[in-house]
Design a protein around this ligand. Structure first.
Ligand SMILES: Cc1cc2nc3c(=O)[nH]c(=O)nc-3n(C[C@H](O)[C@H](O)[C@H](O)COP(=O)(O)OP(=O)(O)OC[C@H]3O[C@@H](n4cnc5c(N)ncnc54)[C@H](O)[C@@H]3O)c2cc1C
Length: 424
């Protein structure tokens, strides 16, 4: 069955989120608060979200979430994503904690969940995901950070970077090679490393496009010892866990980008109708009309692709939705970038300035094309998976070669053609 409608009960929740964003969240964006002040300002809002049953909706009810599934989450995140930095923590689904909670939910033992997952969901712990290395990013088979078993402990040595929020985290989920002799897919394991363990050295925070406070740490793990029960899931199981984490993580980004794109589009349209120059308002110029039409169509395509990927995950699981997730990851990032770019352009100098949110949104949109896997890698995934549905064609000519097809058709319909010519 095909259906584009929203259940009335759920629409009420979406309407509540819209009002809450207008009244409580957007005003906070404009204040220059310290992290502590922001924490104090958002604590009652988080409680309100919890009381309304909208906290950590990405998780199943037994994990303290609402078990909404990806479709409903997409509709929610589309609204929350309008305020990319302030809103997600208020709804308990900010990166990287949301993805890390999913790892602990998927792979953690009961003891590990008691120790790390519940406090993380309550906001009492902060977490980091440490996979990327200076020599290995989009190809995790090249990772070199090593964990070696020593009695009841594992000893970790390695060099990571872009471990977002490592400096502020309580726990770091670290991806390490545990058996280099195994094939890449079963060579690596994940460990929970307390951020204050001896040997965890945050070398520096790496700044990114001048996006506020730098969060992306370079970390040296120097003979870091963790007890054996800090291994997450099976030894050699990290690759499978990472895929399970990154799939939903990527689609959650795409959902939030719909909100970011829509916000830029609203600004584009408002300005088009308002600004008078060279004899008319901008909305009467054909170039501007093209921008509006192109943005509208591209955003609609991205929205439907995102919702379809979310629906596929709900119906068939993340691994069956890999093509859809990879396709919207690179397509959604491009649409986001292009719509924000046009919105900046129509505002002229004001669009470049930090009097509008567009320049910050633009920088986030640029990062979107790399974070959680660069565009090119997702394109490779889509192409490879799509090509599995095809096979090479035998012979000199392609299967659609008209002379060859015509000859085959002549043979197939020889009787008919003979009749036709004999009637003449
Ligand atoms: C803001 C930010 C936050 C991040 N946070 C985290 C985090 O918390 N934890 C973490 O572990 N990592 C994090 N990362 C790292 C991120 O996941 C990696 O940057 C990403 O996977 C790419 O890896 P790389 O930077 O090593 O690039 P590389 O793997 O070196 O790729 C560089 C470029 O090579 C090209 N390329 C690569 N492969 C192919 C291919 N198959 N075909 C064609 N071209 C190709 C692409 O143009 C690509 O952009 C973060 C990155 C950013 C920017």
């Amino acid at each position: 069955m095909w259906d584009f409608s929203t259940e009335p009960d759920f629409q009420e929740k979406l309407d509540w989120i819209e009002r809450f964003m207008e009244d409580e969240v957007y005003p906070l964006e404009t204040l220059d608060l310290t992290p502590e002040q922001l924490e104090r300002a958002t604590a009652p809002l988080k409680q309100l979200v919890k009381d309304t049953g909208l906290w950590a909706c990405h998780l199943d009810p037994e994990l303290g979430g609402q078990g909404f599934g990806q479709m409903k989450l997409a509709l929610m995140n589309e609204i929350i994503g309008r305020s990319l930095i302030v809103a997600p923590p208020i709804f308990g689904n900010q990166a990287p904690d949301s993805g890390n909670a999913e790892i602990l939910a998927i792979a953690g033992t009961d003891q590990q969940k008691d120790r790390w997952l519940w406090p993380l969901l309550d906001g009492r712990l902060r977490s980091c995901y440490s996979m990327t290395e200076p020599g290995a990013g989009s190809d995790p088979t090249l990772l070199t950070t090593r964990a070696v078993r020593d009695g009841d402990e594992w000893v970790i040595n390695g060099h990571k970077w872009f471990s977002s929020r490592a400096a502020k985290a309580d726990i770091i989920i670290v991806m390490c090679v545990t058996d280099p002799e195994q094939p890449p897919i079963s060579r690596m394991s994940m460990f929970v490393v307390p951020a204050d363990a001896p040997g965890v050295n945050v070398v520096r925070e790496v700044g990114v496009l001048g996006l506020g406070e730098a969060h992306h740490a370079e970390v040296i793990y120097d003979n870091v010892r963790v007890p054996a029960d800090h291994l997450l899931g099976d030894e050699g199981g990290a690759f499978v866990i990472a895929q399970k984490r990154l799939g939903p993580g990527r689609i959650h980004h795409c959902m939030r980008w719909l909100g970011q794109g829509r916000r830029a589009f609203d600004m584009l349209c408002e300005r088009a109708l308002t600004r008078f120059t060279h004899g008319s308002v901008l909305s009467e110029k054909q170039t501007i009309q093209s921008w509006i039409a192109d943005s509208y169509a591209e955003m609609q395509a991205a929205r439907l692709m995102t919702l379809h990927a979310a629906w596929t995950i709900d119906q068939h699981g993340t691994s069956k939705a890999r093509t859809e997730i990879a396709a919207i990851k690179f397509f959604g990032a491009k649409v986001l970038h292009d719509v924000i770019d046009r919105a900046m352009q129509i505002h002229g100098s004001l669009g470049m300035s930090n009097d509008l949110p567009l320049e910050t949104m633009y920088r986030h949109a640029r990062v979107a094309r790399v974070v959680d896997g660069p565009d090119e890698v997702h394109r490779v995934t889509v192409a490879r998976r799509v090509l599995k549905g095809y096979k090479p064609h035998d012979g000199l000519w392609p299967s659609e070669h008209i002379p060859t097809r015509r000859e085959a058709a002549r043979q197939k319909f020889a009787d008919l053609l003979d009749e036709a010519t004999s009637d003449l």
